[in-house]
Design a protein around this ligand. Structure first.
Ligand SMILES: NC(=[NH2+])NCCC[C@H](N)C(=O)O
Length: 403
């Protein structure tokens, strides 16, 4: 495959979207039960067929706007055609301290016998106890029969979190949540081995301090906001700042503390951008959120603040002010719609965004502010607590217009 310049490059949240990475949910969602859903970070048991229909409609809405949609499973399968990728994938999976040598040998043999397509399927859907008929031995026999030998990855649906592009470099993220750690191992396989990404050098990797993609927001070229709360740690923000400064990808990183709770697990659950100078924000945090401004200074970091996020962001972006779509909602509606990812919009271009249709009042406020809202259904997709931004990893966007 030929490399063209600017095949992958993202410098903002709102430049016209050209290529995006999605994951169509599949067998891994069928693994969710009331027994394991909390651990796998879902709040309900999704109806899988309907979730797939909703996801297909989401992908179609993007294609209708000329966005190229790439799928994780297809890229993974292509990457696993290469022996080096298969070796790496298997080595990652069998590095599991729960198993012991005997079970490890059996799992390794099982995975080695799989064709790339089946291996890709197993890496995503996991391997249940009953599916490994050839196993025996102490660990296998003492395992709960309803348990998994290889854990499924239902969170892969939220492709935003396992990798994030900053300019023409990709950050393979480092998950705080154990249930999601193997997701960035898979995206790593894709970026390292798929010919489409030949020459791309990751700027961050899963062995580094915790950073999840939902916390990383490209406010403007050269300005990156990073939420720190339940997922991304302060040390993660610091490391990411060092990495992007060293690579010349940004001049300012804003460290944005967010409440350490499930409702606000990532920065993009409370704030997303809909234009080069406009954000939609959860009302209770809009005028309270703070930020530390981090810049490079003599080979180290200079930290100032905290100040109001809106002020720190506007200054770093070179704007007089960052506009907030004042959703003007009553507190109960605001809380309900925030929980259902009302603030989690995906911009397809300046002033055009995709949002869940159920957040009726937030969407009405967006439209009143002149934003085009492309509505999608997310009744089943939303059971994992993620909206259009969480379910998409932009790989190519046009440069944003000057704000
Ligand atoms: N960027 C996001 N807000 N992602 C949402 C991720 C949801 C997922 N169930 C988790 O808890 O990790």
């Amino acid at each position: 495959m030929t490399q063209t310049t600017n095949r992958h490059r993202v410098t903002s949240e709102v430049g016209r979207l050209r290529t995006v990475l999605l994951h169509r949910p599949g067998a891994e969602l069928k693994r969710l039960t009331p027994r394991n859903s909390a651990k796998l970070l879902f709040d309900a048991i999704p109806w899988v067929g309907r979730a797939q229909e909703e996801h297909d409609a989401f992908a179609q809405a993007l294609r209708d706007r000329d966005v190229e949609v790439l799928y994780v499973s297809e890229l993974l399968q292509d990457a696993l055609e290469f022996e080096a990728a298969r070796d790496e994938a298997i080595a990652q999976v069998i590095d599991d301290k729960r198993w012991g040598d005997q079970l490890r040998r059996v799992v390794e043999g099982h995975l080695r016998d799989l064709h790339p397509e089946d291996l890709a399927h197993t890496l995503v859907a996991g391997l249940a106890h009953e599916e490994l008929k050839s196993a025996h031995g102490l660990v296998y026999r003492l395992m709960d029969e309803l348990d998994f030998i290889v854990d499924p990855l239902p969170g892969l649906l939220f492709t935003r979190d396992s990798s994030a592009w900053v300019g023409d470099r990709v950050a393979l993220t480092s998950f705080a949540m154990p249930a999601r750690r193997n997701e960035s191992a898979l995206t790593g396989l894709i970026y390292r081995h798929h010919p489409r990404f030949a020459g791309v050098e990751p700027i961050y990797d899963p062995s580094m301090e915790h950073v999840e993609g939902g916390d990383v927001m490209l406010l403007a070229p050269g300005v990156v906001a990073v939420g720190t709360g339940e997922r991304t740690t302060p040390a993660g923000v610091e490391r990411l700042a060092r990495q992007v400064f060293a690579a010349g990808l940004a001049h300012t990183v804003l460290a944005v503390p967010i409440a350490q709770e499930r409702a606000t697990m990532h920065l993009d659950t409370v704030c997303t951008m809909v234009d080069a100078d406009t954000v939609v924000m959860y009302p209770p945090v809009a005028y309270a959120l703070e930020a530390f401004t981090v810049t490079a200074s003599n080979g180290d970091l200079k930290v100032s603040g905290p100040r109001l996020f809106l002020d720190a962001a506007a200054e770093a972006m070179g704007l007089d002010r960052l506009k907030v779509i004042d959703t003007g909602l009553d507190p109960v509606t605001a809380e309900r719609e925030q929980w259902d990812d009302g603030n989690n919009t995906l911009a397809l271009a300046p002033r055009v965004c995709v949002a869940y249709e159920r957040n009726v009042e937030t969407n009405a406020q967006l439209e009143a502010a002149g934003i085009e809202v492309i509505r999608i259904t997310g009744t089943e997709l939303g059971t994992g607590r993620g909206g259009p931004r969480c379910m998409s990893c932009p790989i190519l966007r046009d440069e944003p217009p000057a704000a």
